[in-house]
Write a protein that binds this ligand. Sequence first.
Ligand SMILES: C[S@@+](CC[C@H](N)C(=O)[O-])C[C@H]1O[C@@H](n2cnc3c(N)ncnc32)[C@H](O)[C@@H]1O
Length: 263
Amino acid sequence: MADNWDSSLYDDRHAFVWKTSADLIDLLAPQPGERILDLGCGTGHLTAQLAARGVEVTGLDSSLSMIAQARQNYPKVKFTVADARDFRFPEPFDAVMSNAALHWIAEAGLVATSIAAALKPGGRLVLEMGVLGNIAIILEALEGVLSQAGHKLTNPWYFPSAAEYATVLEQAGFEIRSVATFERWHRLEHPERGMREWLEMFAGTWFAEVPLEERESLVREIEIRLRPKLYCDRAWWADYKRLRVIASAARLPLRTQSGIPTP
Ligand SMILES: C[S@@+](CC[C@H](N)C(=O)[O-])C[C@H]1O[C@@H](n2cnc3c(N)ncnc32)[C@H](O)[C@@H]1O
């Protein structure tokens, strides 16, 4: 699996991703001694906050670079490299938390099934991810500029509707407790370079096949298109729209109206 993550750049300039979602931990309401999995834990900051609540936490991420940084950041916390689409632990978890990771994984059914299998019956799942409409303005500019320049569009993001993701979870045996979507535009750190730094961190896949010497002009063109919409108050903004789901793993096999147990 390709590792496109620059963990130093993530920690240096993009800490807002976990800082703005830190209240997920209160939604999860971790109890001391519980076994909790932080799925797609990145450089481990929310994992460490869970550890500070006295839980037995494991951070899981598919990126070697992110996990190496997480281990360096928090040597006492347990981290493991694995793929959210296919992972196994010997002991089940009381809860799974995931922030800003699941929209990087289009195979949502595989992820949901793996999470369900990793939880105790009744175990909680609390997740935040990009939802349909997330960064729609940035996405339109990326698609427009790259296709106009004759490049293949390689979109790494999966932004499902709330209904779609809830259905995926239900099909994996989860009971949905709550679903919320909300806009949370984020003011990017650097007043002038903010958008290009964001693109550098998160949109690398789009530029993977663009010759190096062409990239600067494309990024400049994207900035030109975005400036009237996302530059305001002497700062660049990212038009985030998020989905939060609270769900629990079924205690008994759920039955559909036809009486056939769901998988
Ligand atoms: C934006 S970061 C979020 C990290 C962390 N949850 C946080 O709040 O800072 C997204 C993370 O998802 C991870 N990820 C993407 N696809 C994954 C997969 N298939 N399995 C496990 N982790 C994955 C990436 O490696 C990356 O660390």
